[in-house]
Design a protein around this ligand. Structure first.
Ligand code: G3P
Ligand code: MG
Length: 421
């Protein structure tokens, strides 16, 4: 929280005091000026001047490089909070519970971020728990069926899936610990800390058990740590009889039977590269997917692959994010349900043309809001390449992005700029 001594508060006060009338009159129509001053106050905003624009910020390569805040990231977000301009953080990262990740981000950026303003790659999977399979006569919702969750560190992703409502979650660690021969190149010892007993034994030709482990869906929640083990496991389940691990399909299974027994595979993040601490972008979950698809191409025996990949740039993820932004905006601005002043514009600030910019450019908002995209040079993208998806504007960093958008919306920032220089 900003204290009276905080330089930014002084800047904001200075900006509002010293912003020459002419600049204010020029760049801020009367409503905006009143809005400018009003937003320095606390308490509900006068509805007639509710800011009808908002921001969605990518994390890696925009606000942080791994755990290191990027220049002016804190100031940019703090300014928007002080001006009560809504924003969310929208990342293809994941692997931990939203609550824990938000706590870490608040600490790293020294500002208060709440889960209501945060969407990570797998967050939309929470909407799938009540899904039922049209071929399944039991109509059992997905949350009560056994799913395989891959990726992330230790048991983190299982716990996230359980926090979403999935009640029977197994991980590669559980499977390799119960049947080490399933993948001879991984020592189960490295999984003992977080492996759990399986709900049912894994089928093998001499098994007498009446029930066997049956996987009804596979979720890649975050970047797998053992690409080889996870690839073997996923292939085994996709080529099994209706998800019964340890079985294979007879080559002569008639096609219509295929559709009834395909286990869907969900990826949460298509990013081939991401901006970590290392000076060259690293392979992301999209790298695992590409490697997996290479093996699948050689092994699928004509069996179709079902499922999908969410995460930016998918329409699903942007629609999920917009819903969260609208809800957060309503809570922040205290605007009643069925409000009049809708969300006219969203500025998507990102470092990856393939996910942030493509997603923002192609998103068709069912609410009619327009998404502008701002590409920054602090992450994956660098000027040596022509971005495959053209952003509304390209700027150096997150502060330049906020400044550009605020000025576009008629909010003066130059005084702040001078003070920050
Ligand atoms: O694994 C995270 C990476 O793919 C990108 O994260 O925050 O830049 O969307 P972000
Ligand atoms: Mg990024």
């Amino acid at each position: 929280m900003l204290t009276q001594t905080d330089p930014l508060l002084r800047i904001l006060a200075a900006a509002s005091r010293s912003c020459p009338r002419s600049i204010v009159q020029q760049s801020c129509a009367p409503p905006a000026r009143r809005q400018w001053h009003r937003s320095l106050q606390t308490g509900p905003v006068n509805r007639s001047q509710t800011p009808d624009f908002a921001f969605a910020f990518d994390i890696d390569g925009v606000l942080l490089r791994s755990s290191n805040p990027l220049p002016h990231a804190r100031q940019a977000l703090t300014l928007l909070q002080r001006l009560r301009i809504p924003f969310i953080l929208l990342t293809n990262g994941g692997g931990r519970h939203e609550r824990d990740r938000v706590a870490e981000l608040s600490r790293l950026l020294s500002i208060q971020i709440s889960p209501s303003m945060f969407v990570q790659s797998h967050t939309p999977f929470a909407d799938l728990i009540d899904q039922t399979d049209q071929h399944d006569k039991t109509k059992m919702p997905l949350k009560d069926k056994t799913v395989l969750v891959c990726g992330g560190d230790g048991d983190d992703c299982r716990q996230v899936a359980e926090s979403y409502g999935f009640t029977s979650v197994v991980t590669p660690a559980d499977i390799i610990t119960s049947t080490p021969t399933l993948w001879p190149f991984t020592s189960p010892q490295s999984y003992t800390t977080h492996a759990r007993p399986l709900p049912h034994p894994i089928y093998n030709p001499s098994s007498t058990s009446p029930t066997h482990l049956t996987i009804s869906s596979i979720f890649v929640f975050a970047d797998p740590r053992d690409w080889a083990l996870d690839t073997q496991l996923i292939i085994d389940i996709l080529l099994s009889q209706r998800g019964v691990l340890g079985t294979t399909r007879s080559h002569s299974v008639p096609t219509q039977d295929h559709s009834a027994s395909n286990v869907p595979l969900y990826f949460s993040n298509p990013d081939l590269h991401w901006a970590s601490q290392y000076h060259i972008p690293r392979l992301g979950q999209g790298g695992f997917k590409a490697a997996f698809m290479g093996v699948w191409k050689e092994t699928h025996r004509g069996i179709p692959l079902e499922g999908k990949t969410i995460g930016k740039p998918s329409q699903e993820t942007y629609a999920f994010a917009e819903k969260r932004l609208v809800k957060h905006r309503r809570e922040l601005l205290g605007t009643p349900k069925g409000e009049t002043v809708g969300l006219r514009k969203v500025y998507m600030v990102g470092d990856n043309p393939l996910s942030d910019i493509q997603g923002g450019n192609t998103y068709l908002s069912p609410l009619g809001s327009v998404w502008n995209t701002i590409l920054v040079r602090t992450g994956v993208y660098n000027d040596r390449e022509i971005p495959p998806h053209k952003p509304t504007v390209t700027v150096d960093g997150v502060w330049d992005a906020v400044k550009w958008a605020l000025e576009r919306e008629g909010w003066p920032t130059d005084e702040i700029e001078r003070q920050l220089a």
